[in-house]
Structure formats: C-alpha cells, structure tokens
Design a protein around this ligand. Sequence first.
Ligand code: NAP
Length: 293
Amino acid sequence: MNNILDGKKTAATIKDEIARAVEELQAVGSKKPHLAAILVGNDGGSVTYVNAKMRDCAEVGFESTLIHLEESVSEDKLMEEIKKLNDNPDVDGFIVQLPLPKHINEKRVIMAIRPDKDVDGFHPQNVGNMMLNFPGFLPATPYGIVQLIKRHGIETSGKHCVVVGRSHIVGSPVSVLMARNAYPGNCTVTLCHSRTKNLKELCQQADILICALGKPEFIQADMVKEGSVIIDVGTTRVPDSSRKSGFRLKGDVDFEAVAPKASFITPVPGGVGPMTRAMLLKNTLEAVQGKAY
Ligand code: NAP
C-alpha cells in the first residue's frame, strides 16, 4: 500500500537529525543533552514506555537518568525528587511518567515541574503557550501527529479535521494545533467525545480524522469519507497468545477495512507511537538549544 503514513520511518529520520544536532553541539564544546524520567511503581505499560525512552536517548547520543520510585512513595518524596531535577543544571528536561498511583495528586505534580524543563508539555504554562502559538514545549503525541502530516506534505488549510477524544494529552491539544493559524493547521476542527450525538455523521464529513479514544477498531469503513486522511492514535493491548508478551496493540481504526478508502492512514503499531517517542527527544534538544524558552 502506498498510502501509509509511516511513523517508524519518519521517526527514524527525526532521530537521525537529532543525533546530528547532538554531534554539532559537542563539536562546539557543549555537553550532551540530558533527559531524566521519574517512574513510580511497576505498571507494565509504564515500565516498557520509560525503558524505551531511555533507549531512545542512547540512540541519539543523549545522556539519560531514570529515577525509579516505589509504588508506595509519598507525594512529598516525589515532590522532593522533582525539585532536585528542577534545580539540577545538568538536566535539560524531565518527565514524570503518567499515570501515577491514586494517592498522588497528578495536578500538583505537573504544576511542580519547571515549565522550561517540562519536555512532556503538560504544565499549564506550556499548554497556554501552545494556545497562543508562543514558543514552548508541545505535548509529544500531538507534536508527532503534526510532524507526520507536515513531513508527508499533506494539505491542511481549509480542511475539516474531526478529532475523536478530548484528553489533555492527545485529543484537546491536537485539536488546538490543527486549528492554529499555521502549517499544519488552519483546519476547521470538530472535537468529539463520548457525549457527541452524531459521531458517525461528523466522522463521515472529515477530510482529516484523528482518533484517540482507546476503543479497538471503533472506526469502521462506513464512518469515513473516501480520500480522507486517517490518524489512529489508539494503542489498546488486546490478548494474543501467539505473542511472547501475550498481547498485541490494536488501534481505534479498523485498518483493513478503512485503508482502501483513505488517501493516507497510520498503521498501529508503527504510526503515531514512534513519532511520540521521537518528539520527546526533539523537545529535549529544543530545551538545550533554547528554542522553547
Ligand atoms: P483517554 O484519556 O481515555 O480519553 C479518551 C477520550 O475518548 C475521551 O475524551 C472520551 O470521551 C472519548 N471517548 C471514549 N469513548 C468514546 C466514544 N464511544 N465516542 C466518542 N468518544 C469517546 O485517552 P487518551 O489518553 O487520549 O488515549 C487514547 C488512546 O490513545 C489510548 O488507546 C491510548 O493508549 C492511546 N495513546 C497513544 C499514544 C501514542 O503515542 N501512540 C499516546 C497517548 C495515548 P469523554 O471525555 O467524554 O470521556
């Protein structure tokens, strides 16, 4: 199929660009970019994601530090670790892997991260900068989606972009980016969620459909317009006894049925996921380059 938005390949190109930028920084005597991550507990998904992020750092020549705290860690102890990273001049950016255990106030944690080190782009200051089209850190998944669109030269101006899902990390911010007066952007955006009444009709009107619900194969062929661009963010683990892990990832879109109608479509895995990882590295590089602050 020649209509695949290949996130794996695009992410590899971005990582190569980052690795070259690191070499250039070092050639002029700068230190390596340094990304730190705080992981609380042993949730399978979170451990896998954080380890992958640390491996990505090594690949592009970044330094990385993983701070692994036990599930029962107190909120105050976590705040202390955040303060240490905020104050450590060697650390350029850091993330606190979400979700956090229930006894920890996620909002307080996000608010405690210094905005100029918040490479996940979740702090309200970075969210505000995004709304205003000011420099700052964009959240990695929406940033990855717009880069995928840009690097495939997909026209967005004047298009109807329908986003399904309104989370703070994907749906809401990507709807803002697609509506901005920029490229990619300048779309007329419809943001849908679980209370949307005429979801099918709205999806059928989409020139660009971005799905971030976490419901495997929710989007069927009769919900999409011929020639539309389909971005599938969903990554739900479904049981698969033929795999060593015992599961495989499924997107929100019925790929086999929808792909023949799409002008472009992201696969799962290999679409938005690798782009998300690449953009965390990009944000960390931008922290070093002083592009965001
Ligand atoms: P989330 O916080 O669970 O939000 C899901 C959103 O979908 C909510 O806004 C919800 O509406 C909406 N929704 C649920 N059922 C719906 C329905 N039947 N019709 C319309 N809207 C519906 O999810 P998230 O964190 O954004 O993640 C979404 C998916 O993307 C998950 O599979 C996640 O694993 C994946 N993900 C992938 C990446 C990546 O890098 N590939 C990154 C982040 C997330 P309400 O607000 O009304 O409840």
